[in-house]
Write a protein that binds this ligand. Structure first.
Ligand code: CA
Length: 228
């Protein structure tokens, strides 16, 4: 899950970057409206957190440019606790808003809700992903197999979510490195192998039916092939 934070206040931008990263999201930050508009329109993001008062182009300008191109969910952040700003933002196509100062837990909850809803409006409202006896609850970020809780780190949960959303597809180490760790192609993808090994130990080792498969020379796939 890639998020873009468009926020010019450095401390808040750093705080959001750190907090969201710790919760397993890959986060880019734009410090003004011009960079924000460029990244929001050119980048592939699952969600944009958009401050309204920005240097260069304000948040409404960024939002207008985004809405000419697509339906990436937008969560407005505004210091101005004014009804007209929120109404205008929502009318212009923002999906939700938070008035500063906000509790980080509330931000996380709203981010999670928007991601579950999906930008296209066609995604199911479900917070559950399932495969065989594996269940992920995206709201509480809990995973279990056959009713037993899996004790996953934030990155492991994100990795498993990505694999489960794209079940049956082979995801390369490079794709996983980009999507989960925000590393580019040149990075050492050994970190992916280590994380997959740790995830597999928790996900598959105690169970007869293995779900996480290595496809030699290509990557990994999550798939129910039945117990062997
Ligand atoms: Ca601002």
């Amino acid at each position: 899950m890639r998020l873009l934070v468009v926020e010019d206040e450095p401390r808040l931008a750093d705080y959001l970057h750190k907090g969201l990263s710790e919760n397993g999201y890959v986060v880019d930050v734009a410090r003004d409206g011009i960079q924000g508009r460029l990244l929001a329109c050119e980048g592939q993001y699952d969600l944009v957190l958009l401050d309204l008062m920005l240097p260069g182009i304000d948040g409404f300008g960024v939002l207008a440019a985004m809405r000419e191109r697509g339906r990436t969910p937008v969560l407005m952040l505004t210091a101005r606790d004014k009804v007209e700003d929120r109404v205008r933002g929502l009318q212009d196509g923002a999906d939700d808003y938070l008035v500063k100062p906000f509790a980080f837990s509330e931000l996380l909850a709203r981010v999670g809700a928007l991601l579950r809803r999906g930008g296209s409006g066609t995604a199911a409202l479900t917070t559950q992903l399932r495969l065989a006896d594996l269940e992920l609850d995206l709201a509480s970020r809990k995973a279990q197999r056959a009713g037993t809780r899996l004790d996953l780190t934030a990155k492991e949960f994100t990795l498993l979510t990505l694999l489960l959303r794209r079940r049956g597809q082979v995801l390369s180490r490079t794709t996983l490195a980009e999507q989960v760790w925000d590393m580019n192609f040149d990075s050492d993808t050994n970190v992916v192998e280590v994380a997959v090994r740790r995830l597999r130990a928790k996900l598959d080792d105690p169970f007869a039916n293995k779900l996480l498969h290595t496809v030699r020379g290509m990557g990994y796939a999550l798939e129910d092939r039945g117990a062997s």
